[in-house]
Design a protein around this ligand. Structure first.
Ligand code: FES
Ligand code: FES
Length: 217
């Protein structure tokens, strides 16, 4: 029997060249190597490291917008939400944070007049726009008619959800001063009240829209 020369390369089909279980190489169609998730994470972390090998802060950017009629300019982290920007950079704590993922509506403010969830927007996205918060509606000494209706009809309990509802209701009644009960209920569907005092809220909103008191409640 013929013996293979000593320096002959081992066949590609030999067991030694097979990938070991659990360490299969990733290849994209066409044979290109694809980095695994660990390698991608390592590269992403490396991108955040400075020359000294320490983690450096992520980027900052200048935000320029109008808030409650006043021009505002600040430098903030690009990842800062509009809600955090209003509360922590501008001290406008009337905007509340509940779920922080767009469900409860507590953080609702107006962006160019339209209700938005400020927990779902980055502050930098508001650059060049106009933001209105609950602080612009009225003052403790001079409540807006909507706020007065909430007070007169027990439209709040703990008040946590109230600023968000006021902002949505403000936009609704601005566009539809004689909003129907159905429109009011549809608007309220975007807000969660943990105190569950929806009947008082409805009474207040009906009064603000000029609807007669609901005889059932
Ligand atoms: S805190 Fe923004 S929707 Fe709940
Ligand atoms: S009044 Fe308490 S959460 Fe609505």
């Amino acid at each position: 029997m013929k013996r293979a020369p000593k320096n002959a390369r081992r066949s590609r089909t030999a067991g030694a060249s097979r990938p070991r279980p659990g360490r299969a190489r990733r290849r994209a169609p066409g044979g290109r190597k694809v980095a695994g998730p660990r390698a991608a994470a390592t590269r992403a972390t490396a991108a955040l490291r400075g020359r000294a090998g320490r983690l450096v802060p992520v980027g900052e950017a200048e935000v320029r917008l109008v808030v409650n009629g006043a021009e505002v300019r600040r430098t903030v982290e690009v990842r800062r939400t509009l809600a955090d920007f209003l509360r922590e950079n501008l001290g406008l704590t009337g905007t509340h944070l509940g779920c922080e993922h767009g469900v409860c509506g507590a953080c609702t403010v107006l962006l160019d007049g339209q209700p938005v969830r400020s927990c779902l927007l980055f502050a930098v996205q508001a650059t060049g726009h106009e933001v209105t918060t609950v602080e612009a509606l009225g003052t403790p000494e001079a409540l807006s008619p909507l706020q007065q209706a909430f007070m007169d009809h027990h439209g709040l309990q703990c008040g946590f959800c109230t600023p968000g509802i006021l902002m949505s209701a403000h936009a609704l009644l601005r566009d539809r001063p004689r909003a129907t009960e159905e429109e009011i209920r549809e608007m309220l569907g975007g807000h969660l009240c943990r105190c569950t005092g929806y009947q008082g809220i409805l009474r207040a909103l009906r009064a603000a829209a000029g609807l007669p008191p609901n005889p059932v409640h």
